[in-house]
Design a binder for this molecule. Structure first.
Ligand code: NOJ
Length: 757
């Protein structure tokens, strides 16, 4: 008996010490033991020198002094090995404990090699590609001194009025989770302390994409069932992939702003999901809790640290009030120590505690940034992100010796190619469409005219032009511009019209209530169509647009988002058929703004509208619009056609521990080789909480030569069918499921299987 006790005691003791060993890093503990309360609070402070960088100095006076005093844990807005070395020197050689800084940045879709906006990248449904873009972003950013990235943004967005839909992977929790994982793995690699990997940050925790009315920074109120099933999975996927940090969002959740929300940061993120990294606020989001109505700066800072927030971005509420709160017993020193420990652990992970200058290798930028190879991947990524929305006759692809009239405000434009949140990119280096067409088809005869302003509204243009001239209004009258476009079109075989949104018409603080192509450009399009010549619309935007009118015109439409630094070349590759478009929409395109929010995973309601789309009184439908979207999630055409054969299932019964295989054959029946995204959707027919009409469960992107057939199989386990029930338990309930495999979410179910105990 005694022996058993002893053995048990030993086991418990060993387990505890293993835990201790995992949780505590000796170097970090040693530093912690030397730190004063002020120095601890200093580590929680994240600063940006702002304008100082642009004018050449490393950091503004104030920031410099703060670093020396040990009042800064991290900095962002500083780049280049030299500047980062200087900033680190200030910390390492001048502050009492010499703790190096985290060097942050927003590297959202590429660093200097700008890739398509994230919504575009997600439309490739190509996880290897997405990971590759993140790896390149990490390589370039770390070459420039950055060790901590404020990406991926994984907010599910079902409201295209919200401009930040551009920064994420669209509306679906399953696809969003795959993208989250690919990006985290791409940025962080296998080894945090390798000089070409950086810490990733999953943001914005949480539900930021569900802001009311699509208005940025607005409130969110959502049931936990909806959160867990629809909005939280991508954040969790990033945590499961080992993301090193998380950023809180601006919105409130259940009445408490995210940065002060203990349920969110501590109960859910750390305890339920096991996140062991550090949590940073968004830009001044701690201070903004004052405006939310949560108290004064001392109150909101105490609320945030007690909720589990570790780092305060820019607002300095922590720096200026936490000491007082400790003295008054409102915050414990232990709480502050926990936060500092997490930040020091991140610095340790990065290898900074051993070598503060790990990311300050002056020889790297030239070798690693904007290389030909990186640019070629940007071109590949852009091509794969494009979605062919409409084919008219066989206008596309164009012949390389065609006579082409290239018109539209995006046609010869460098300022709008990179897309929103590309602060490290240089628009001057981007390839405009005119140049791209000439590069790819030197024999083509190309005439050009701008044809229209992006918008004729100068008040609107001023709001959009915050980061530079994105909307330039010509001296010429709108009528004269259209006339010029018609003039250059006269001798052409085909008109290519490059139209859409300026980059800053989407992104942060760029919500819109109209999602149409601006009227100035619509007038141009109408005039072009009237010529009777074949017209191709190359459409740019950071969000789904309302294009019902254009979809009804006799035109072809290629959606290219904001394609990044290789824009023109990639567009030319697709227009001339060197690459067959293969992208699929990751967010539903509505017919009109009144349908929003609209997404494919909707519930059926108790009074579903007829499948035919016909209006019926006392059913869930509109008097003035069909329920169906203009373009569904998962939709995208190709120059070729794909035919789906019969779908077969290995077994109609799926036991809780087993798997079944769903197989179909896809055939390329058209005249071009092409890639298809084969998608599997299921529907849980009966469950304890109302199920969505359909849910994406798996997808594969396959290449098919013309005439080729391939078998595509999906293995499904009961695990894949789980959902969060009313008690927020992750379960699968026995019963019948329907499924289909298709090239879009808009399809009828073709088979069933039953989950058995
Ligand atoms: C505010 C944005 O919401 C966030 O995404 C970004 O990382 C920070 N600013 C820092 O630039």
């Amino acid at each position: 008996m005694r022996r058993i006790y002893l053995i048990l005691g030993l086991t418990i003791c060993t387990a505890a010490s293993v835990l201790q060993a995992q949780a505590q890093i000796p170097e970090v503990e040693e530093l912690l033991s030397k730190m004063t309360l002020e120095e601890k609070i200093g580590q929680l402070n994240l600063v940006t020198p702002g304008g100082g960088v642009a004018t050449g100095s490393v950091v503004s006076e104030d920031v410099e002094a703060k670093i020396k005093e040990g009042n800064v844990g991290g900095i962002f807005g500083v780049s280049s090995p030299e500047k980062v070395r200087q900033a680190q020197k200030l910390a390492v050689e001048n502050s009492r404990l010499g703790i190096p800084l985290l060097i942050g940045s927003d590297v959202i879709h590429g660093y200097k090699t700008t890739f398509p906006i994230p919504l575009g990248l997600s439309s490739s449904w190509d996880m290897d590609l997405i990971k590759e873009t993140a790896q390149i972003a990490a390589k370039e950013a770390t070459a420039d001194g950055i060790n901590w990235n404020f990406s991926p943004m994984v907010d599910i967005a079902r409201d295209p009025r919200w401009g930040r839909i551009a920064e994420g992977a669209g509306e679906d929790p399953y696809l969003g989770s795959q993208v989250a994982r690919a990006m985290v793995e791409g940025y962080q690699g296998e080894d945090f302390s390798a000089p070409n990997t950086m810490l990733a940050t999953v943001k914005h925790l949480a539900l930021y994409g569900a802001v009311e009315a699509g208005r940025d920074y607005n409130s969110v109120d959502m049931s936990k069932i909806k959160m867990f099933n629809e909005y939280l999975p991508p954040y969790k996927a990033a945590v499961d992939a080992g993301v090193a940090s998380a950023m809180t969002s601006f919105n409130d959740i259940h009445g408490v702003p995210a940065s002060g929300n203990k349920w969110l940061i501590t109960d859910l993120l750390r305890e339920r999901w096991g996140f062991d990294g550090f949590v940073v606020s968004d830009y001044t989001s701690v201070n903004e809790m004052i405006a939310h109505g949560m108290g004064d700066l001392q109150d909101v800072s105490a609320l945030a640290i007690n909720a589990g927030l570790d780092m305060d971005m820019v607002g300095e509420g922590f720096l200026t009030t936490l000491k007082k709160s400790v003295e008054e017993g409102k915050v414990s020193e232990e709480q502050i120590t926990k936060a500092v420990r997490r930040i020091l652990e991140a610095k340790h992970k990065l290898g900074l505690l051993d070598n503060p200058y790990l990311y300050s290798d002056e020889s790297r930028p030239e070798k690693d940034i904007l290389t030909e190879e990186n640019r070629s991947i940007a071109r590949k990524a852009a091509r794969r992100s494009f979605v062919l929305l409409k084919k008219h006759k066989n206008t596309l692809p164009l012949s390389k010796d065609a006579k082409i009239a290239l018109v539209g405000p995006m046609a010869n434009n460098k300022n709008n190619m990179l897309g929103t949140w590309a602060p490290t990119g240089n628009p001057e280096l981007s390839v405009p469409i005119l140049e791209g067409l000439r590069n790819v088809a030197p024999q083509a005869e190309i005439t050009y005219a701008k044809g229209a302003n992006i918008s004729n509204d100068s008040v609107f243009a001023d709001k959009v032009n915050v980061f530079g001239p994105r909307i330039e209004i010509s001296e010429k009258s709108p009528e004269a511009m259209i006339e010029e476009a018609l003039e250059v079109s006269r001798g052409a075989d085909v008109i290519v019209a490059a139209v859409g949104e300026a980059t800053e018409m989407s992104g942060e603080a760029a919500s819109r209530t109209s999602l149409s192509i601006p009227e100035s450009q619509k007038k141009l399009i109408r005039a072009l169509v009237k010529t009777g010549k074949p017209v191709v619309l190359v459409l740019m935007s950071g969000r789904p647009l309302v294009i019902e009118e254009e979809m009804q015109m006799p035109v072809s439409i290629l959606q290219v988002w904001h394609p990044g630094v290789e824009a023109g070349n990639a567009i030319a590759d697709v227009i001339f058929g060197d690459y067959n478009p293969s992208g699929k929409l990751t967010a539903t395109w509505p017919r009109n703004v009144g349908q929003i929010p609209i997404y494919y995973r909707m519930k059926t309601t108790g009074r579903p509208a007829p499948e035919s789309g016909e209006f019926q009184k006392f059913k869930s439908n509109y008097l003035d619009s069909p329920n169906s979207p203009l373009l569904p999630f998962g939709y995208g055409l190709s120059y070729t056609n794909f035919e789906y054969g019969e779908t077969k299932i290995s077994d109609n019964k799926l036991s809780k521990g087993g798997t079944i295989t769903i197989t179909t054959t896809v055939t390329n029946t058209g005249a071009y080789d092409g890639a298809e995204v084969v998608q599997l959707y299921t529907h849980d027919k009966v469950r304890s909480i109302t199920p969505p009409k359909k849910e994406l469960k798996a997808f594969k992107k396959i290449l098919l030569e013309k005439g080729e057939s391939k078998k595509v199989s999906f293995e499904i386990s009961a695990e894949d069918l789980k959902f969060y029930n009313a008690n927020l338990e992750f379960v699968v309930e026995p019963g019948e499921f329907e499924f289909f495999v298709a090239g879009s979410s808009d399809h009828q179910f073709t088979g069933t299987f039953t989950v058995v105990e």
